[in-house]
Ligand binder design. Structure first.
Ligand code: SAH
Length: 215
């Protein structure tokens, strides 16, 4: 669990690269700097950890590209103390970036192995995230409402129950679509219950699947 000067230097370079790509929120860049991404990859892949690329994390899943993590985080408009629900814990990297921003993070994963790995690893890393094994399609109604909901897998459509778990004025960010590439969409829940919808270009995510799994 080493985070050396070399790792920090690589991370600083990554942050500069992401800034050049258009992420301007210094709090988000600082959060990316604070989370040691190389520790989320199996050792031996250090050289890949600080490239701005997605990477396999086992169980057929990927840790998102750092730029994409920063971009989704920016769209979510997180403030310290915000209660955020993430669908798709995966490695837990995105959840830690949200926690580093001071958010109160709840994250759901449908693959038991990934859930268990995150339960073991995140506390050792010093990040407090509330982790749940379950089906993100259902959200976590017992702990609702949330200031923000972040879906980190491609949703063919957004389940209505997730909108119900959002506060008025709350933000839901998700890649939407069922093809190879999806459109990044931000929804803001209005007072009248309607949603304002904005689109932000094309991204490539693994699909949001139904039901839980042990694979
Ligand atoms: N946020 C992750 C990357 C997520 S990859 C990170 O920072 O590493 C997408 C994840 O969503 C995968 O781990 C996948 O197993 C999970 N997933 C897919 N469908 C799901 C569902 N219905 N509920 C919860 N998690 C789901």
């Amino acid at each position: 669990m080493e985070d050396s000067y070399r790792h920090k230097g690589m991370r600083r370079k990554l942050v500069n690269e992401i800034r050049k790509k258009g992420i301007l929120d210094e709090n988000i860049l600082e959060a990316i700097y604070r989370v040691p991404r190389h520790l989320f990859l199996d050792s031996g892949f250090l050289n890949f950890a600080y490239e701005d690329k997605p990477f396999p994390i086992g169980a057929g899943q990927t840790i998102s590209q750092p730029y994409t993590v920063a971009f989704q985080t920016e769209l979510l408009q997180v403030k310290p103390g915000d209660k955020i629900l993430e669908i798709g814990t995966g490695s837990g990297y995105q959840a830690c970036v949200l926690a580093a921003l001071g958010a109160d993070v709840y994250s759901i994963e449908r693959q038991k192995k990934l859930y268990e790995k995150a339960c073991d690893f995140l506390p050792r890393l010093g990040f407090e995230v509330h982790l749940f094994y379950g089906d993100g399609y259902l959200g976590l109604p017992e702990l609702a409402p949330y200031d923000g909901i972040l879906i980190t897998a491609a949703a063919p459509e957004i389940p209505e129950t997730l909108f119900e778990q959002l506060k008025t004025g709350g933000v839901l960010v998700s890649p939407v679509g069922s093809g190879d590439v999806q459109t990044m969409v931000r929804y803001i829940k209005q007072k009248n219950g309607k949603r304002k919808e904005e689109r932000f270009g094309l991204f490539r995510f693994v699909p949001l699947l139904k039901n839980t799994a042990n694979d």
